[in-house]
Structure formats: structure tokens, C-alpha cells
Design a protein around this ligand. Structure first.
Ligand SMILES: Cc1cc2nc3c(=O)[nH]c(=O)nc-3n(C[C@H](O)[C@H](O)[C@H](O)COP(=O)(O)O)c2cc1C
Ligand code: SF4
Ligand code: SF4
Length: 266
């Protein structure tokens, strides 16, 4: 089973390409899967389990951590010592995300196999100086990611992935994941910054339908954000009219959407 979480689409494209290469089922993680019993089958000893998700602030998105806990709690006996691999997508570097994820897996009595990162088009735009990639850089990242996925898939298929660590930690990875990440989470991961440009919004409801946390309502004329946000930025990137902003930080910033077949087709 491949469990994946995705904001605007990079990790979904990666999960789909891995699923195709390995002949494995893919399962999206949403708020609903955490609150209700997960709809997907639990990990087993017969098949490797893959976790595909975007790196958020040099760590694992909150909803993925919650889902790991829920899956383990609901199926305490299933899959003990099953092998789990991580494929984290990022815009630049992952810090020590692999260590944070591995600790979550080991805490459930599951076995850590290989850890991999894929550099894909950047989605983080909520601070000055952070923007989406140019079309050329984005396309080059997707080309490289497609090649990396083939290599990862063949290692997993041949049982050669265990113990592998093929990640881009970047500079000062420890400080990023263990000092900057908590600060980032405390001060910069709040949905209170979202605004809608009423001149552009036509109440189409796309932002609400793409939100994996069911955190947006468009009951009246315009969207409203609740408090249960994992900051995936799907609402910002997927609004067809560019009507979603984050404080004033997204003025003149780009938006990106990676189709689910983006890596299969390369
Ligand atoms: C809130 C947030 C935090 C992010 N933090 C990082 C980061 O620490 N390092 C990095 O390289 N990319 C970071 N990114 C970029 C994403 O990890 C990257 O673009 C990822 O492939 C997006 O996948 P998705 O489209 O499946 O959501 C961040 C994106 C968001 C929205
Ligand atoms: S997706 Fe954009 S245009 Fe549609 S309701 Fe949401 S903010 Fe308005
Ligand atoms: S409100 Fe927007 S950023 Fe927050 S989880 Fe939903 S789609 Fe993602």
C-alpha cells in the first residue's frame, strides 16, 4: 500500500508513478481518514508500505503524523515489523525529516526500510523571498524526479531499498528540523493569514473541494477558513481565479499545479 498526502499535487504525482511502477494501490490521506477509521487496508508483512508526502517546514505534515497514529491504533497487531519506506517531496531540502518520520514509524513497532527525497516544484510562498519556480526550473525538477522514481521503484521491487538513505538534507539540517521547525509551526502555520480577493472570487467552491482537511466553507458568497489547516496551500494554488492570498506575502507570487500524471508521462 502507498499512503500519500498531497497539497497541490506533487506528492500525488509521485505516489501515482510509484504505484504504477510497483503495481501497488495508492491511498490518499485526508482529515476524514484520521477522524473516522482509515478507509485503506493496514500495513502487512507481505508487502512493503510506502509513505509519500510533502516536506513541511523540514518535517512531516501534521495530518500525516496523525494518520500514522490512527492507523497504528486501529490495527495494533497488523503489520508489526512490516517494512516502511519514505518518499518525501520537497522544493529544496528536507533537513532531518527522515529522522522525524523514522521515529514515528519505529514508535509503532514497524520497521524502517529506505528513505528517499524527491525535489519537485516549490509550493511554499507565504513569506517574503519564497516563490514558485520558473517554468524551466519546475520542468527540470519534474524530469529529475521521474528518473529518481524509476530508480527508487526498482530498488523497492528488488528488495534493495532497506537501509538506503537517499535524501537532500541541505545545510544545517539539524537546526532546520529541531530549532526552526518548532518556531515555524508556532508562528507561521496559521490559516488566519488567508484572505480572499472579492474582486476575483466567483464563489466556484474549488478551494473548498480541494482542501484535504475540509477546512473551507463557501456557504455565503466567499470562502471562509476554519482552524483545522495543515498549510498544504492547495486552496491558494488551485483557485482558478487567483483569488486566494496569504496576508500580503503572496502578492505577485506564482501558483503551481502538478497534474497526477505529470511523472507517469515523462
Ligand atoms: C507549509 C509548507 C512548508 C514547506 N516546507 C518546505 C521545506 O521545509 N523544505 C522544502 O524543500 N520544501 C518545502 N515546501 C515545499 C514542498 O515540500 C514541495 O513543494 C512539495 O513537493 C509539495 O508537495 P505537494 O504538492 O504534494 O503538496 C513547503 C511547502 C509548504 C506548503
Ligand atoms: S476557488 Fe477561488 S474563486 Fe472559487 S470560491 Fe475559492 S477563492 Fe473563490
Ligand atoms: S485551508 Fe488551504 S492550506 Fe489549509 S489545509 Fe485546506 S487547502 Fe490546505
Amino acid at each position: 500500500m502507498i499512503y500519500y498526502f498531497s497539497g497541490q499535487g506533487n506528492s500525488r504525482a509521485a505516489a501515482k508513478a510509484l504505484g504504477k511502477a510497483l503495481g501497488m494501490e495508492i491511498c490518499r490521506i485526508t482529515r476524514r481518514d484520521v477522524d473516522n477509521a482509515p478507509s485503506a487496508p493496514p500495513p502487512t508483512e507481505d508487502e512493503a508500505t510506502l509513505w509519500v508526502f510533502p516536506v513541511h517546514a523540514w518535517g512531516v505534515p501534521r495530518v500525516v503524523e496523525e494518520f500514522i497514529g490512527r492507523l497504528a491504533a486501529d490495527t495494533p497487531d497488523a503489520g508489526a515489523w512490516s517494512v516502511h519506506h519514505m518518499v518525501a517531496t520537497c522544493g529544496d531540502d528536507i533537513g532531518r525529516t527522515d529522522r522525524l518520520w523514522a521515529a514515528m514509524i519505529r514508535a509503532r513497532g514497524w520497521r524502517v526500510g529506505g528513505v528517499f527525497s524527491l525535489t519537485m516544484p516549490n509550493t511554499y510562498v507565504c513569506l517574503p523571498g519564497f516563490d514558485t519556480d520558473s517554468a524551466e526550473i519546475g520542468a527540470a525538477k519534474l524530469d529529475n524526479a521521474a528518473a529518481d522514481i524509476s530508480a527508487i521503484a526498482s530498488r523497492i521491487a528488488d528488495n534493495r531499498a532497506d537501509g538506503m538513505r537517499q535524501v537532500t538534507p541541505g545545510s544545517m539540517p539539524w537546526a532546520k528540523s529541531y530549532i526552526l521547525r518548532p518556531l515555524f509551526n508556532a508562528f507561521l502555520m496559521s490559516p488566519r493569514g488567508f484572505r480572499v480577493d472579492r474582486g476575483k472570487c466567483n464563489s466556484c467552491g474549488v478551494c473548498a473541494s480541494v482542501c484535504p482537511m475540509e477546512n473551507i466553507t463557501v456557504d455565503g458568497r466567499y470562502p471562509q477558513w476554519g482552524g483545522d489547516c495543515t498549510m498544504c496551500l492547495a486552496c491558494y494554488h488551485r483557485c482558478p481565479h487567483g483569488a486566494v492570498a496569504y496576508r500580503s506575502f503572496t502578492r505577485d507570487k506564482g501558483r503551481v499545479h502538478t497534474s497526477s500524471d505529470a511523472l507517469v508521462e515523462r
